[in-house]
Design a protein around this ligand. Sequence first.
Ligand SMILES: Nc1nc2c(c(=O)[nH]1)N[C@H]1C(S)=C(S)[C@@H](COP(=O)(O)O)O[C@H]1N2
Ligand SMILES: [Mo]
Length: 391
Amino acid sequence: MLYQEFNARRDRRKFMQQVATGAVGLVSMAAWNRTLWAADDSRLFVHSKAPMNAEPLLPDLVKSWVTPVESFFIRSHGNTPILGGSSFRLTVEGLVDQPLTLSLAELNQLSQIELSATLTCAGNRRSEHSRIKTVKGVQWREGAIGNAQWRGVRLSDILKRAGLRDAAKHVWFEGLDAVEDGGKTFAFGGSIPLEKALLDRDTAPGAMLATMMNDKPLTADHGFPLRSIVPGYIGARSVKWLSKIVVSDRPSPNHFVADVYKLVDEGSLLEVAENAPIYRMPLNSAICTVAAKSERIEVTGYALPPGVPGVSIRKVEVSADDGQSWTEAKLTSPAAEFCWQLWSADISLKSTTRELIVRATDSRGETQPQMPRWNAKGYLFNGWHRVSLKV
Ligand SMILES: Nc1nc2c(c(=O)[nH]1)N[C@H]1C(S)=C(S)[C@@H](COP(=O)(O)O)O[C@H]1N2
Ligand SMILES: [Mo]
């Protein structure tokens, strides 16, 4: 089923409820994204089952600052491994004085931290790149993002315990999944610079190893029993089913660091070789609900600060006249480093309004581009987000 059909089906059900309660307004959002609808058992739109790739519908997404696991997108490159907790071991090796092997019980005995952090896939909003020129891969809408409460240990604590050698510059993560790509089968891997791993501040650790998501053990789809969480970085660096950490003098040679998550125009071998891996997530925002309130409409959505330490959302603006004038939205959720913020705006429509637009500006004064540069793998789409209205 297409996302549009899935959405429309849910929409019809909700629409009938609204007719019954007399709550249908003048305005409904067009096609795939109309009005609020009730949660039911099918909370995620499934792009593919094996591997599992799924995203929530936008009204579900912005119901709360902390995204419930049922509404949290799932992005997996291989089938979900079902692992046992008691036999699980994490190994730490490479440029360390003392290689480690840690069981879950041993990890749980170390000092634990709690952290809110937003994960977003580099491919979030890829379908908008595809409208310009088709891009291969999962055609994500705006839902490949979620904010969770993670619990676990600081990565730096583990690295200090192992003891870093002088030549150490990068930390590799390796999962226990089996990804099939180009006739080969291998584990998904990620990599971050050592400076990021060690960048522990009051607001957020550089990175952590999480066993819990929203006060419950990670589900299989989200990486049970252990995953890395790298606040501010694209989701691909937060490796699920994490079983191996390698400290090295260079970035991981894993396909997903060396070849995949890069910005390239054509994707030739030379271009891929020449370009650096993507690390930070971009400044972004999206409209998630539109509801009629007599002459005015209420619009809500999310805004994501860029993955730059200390940079937050300064303002979110909505336009009903194709960007000629802007109304500032109210930020309605907590603000925390590397976390999204939810917002809401009251907009009066003009007779000519056919579309609403949102854009966010960060604390450095940088605003989302009207249109980002198209790239062959369809990453980091963060142009002004537009939603058409049917009046
Ligand atoms: N082992 C492993 N880790 C992984 C992936 C994967 O396929 N295998 N996908 C990555 C990508 S691309 C993203 S966006 C996030 C998604 O995390 P989630 O499925 O918990 O939302 O996990 C990352 N970690
Ligand atoms: Mo991703």
